[in-house]
Design a protein around this ligand. Structure first.
Ligand SMILES: [Zn+2]
Length: 140
């Protein structure tokens, strides 16, 4: 995927900055950034705990950051993982539901990429729509 648009590149770069602060005990570092309804970018990183499931993924951390600043909707999300040996980078099911809860539309983009140290591996960038990844989110 050589044709990463400027907006996606900016989001990925912000996610990479957040990744550097990831608190990793047993997994791998992840950074995420969301473009929120106010037009600003908010980032988050994963924060692990020794108790599996108690920490938080980067995606939900970034969404909390956007909410903290008064946003209720997001327009796009990028995720960068320091996991060049993993087969695929994608949000977990809990995060997909969370993204759906805060997405402006089911058509928002989820941009993922692997990182190697200080650089994004642009050849690993994937862009998918939320509705492709979670076609039937939970709704009350
Ligand atoms: Zn997750």
């Amino acid at each position: 995927m050589g044709d990463v648009r400027k907006k996606e590149k900016k989001l990925l770069e912000e996610a990479l900055k957040a990744l550097k602060n990831a608190y990793v005990l047993w997994g791998f570092g992840v950074g995420a950034s969301v473009l929120a309804q106010d037009g600003k970018v908010y980032s988050g990183c994963n924060v692990e705990s020794w108790i599996s499931g108690l920490g938080i993924c980067a995606e939900r951390c970034a969404i909390h950051h956007a909410v903290l600043h008064g946003n209720k909707k997001i327009r796009e999300i990028a995720v960068v993982a320091d996991a060049k040996n993993k087969s695929e980078i994608k949000p977990c099911g809990a995060c997909l539901q969370y993204i759906a809860d805060f997405a402006e539309t089911p058509e928002i983009k989820i941009v993922t990429a692997k990182a190697d140290g200080d650089k994004i591996l642009f050849e690993t960038v994937k862009v998918k729509m939320l509705k492709e990844m979670l076609p039937e989110p939970f709704r009350k």
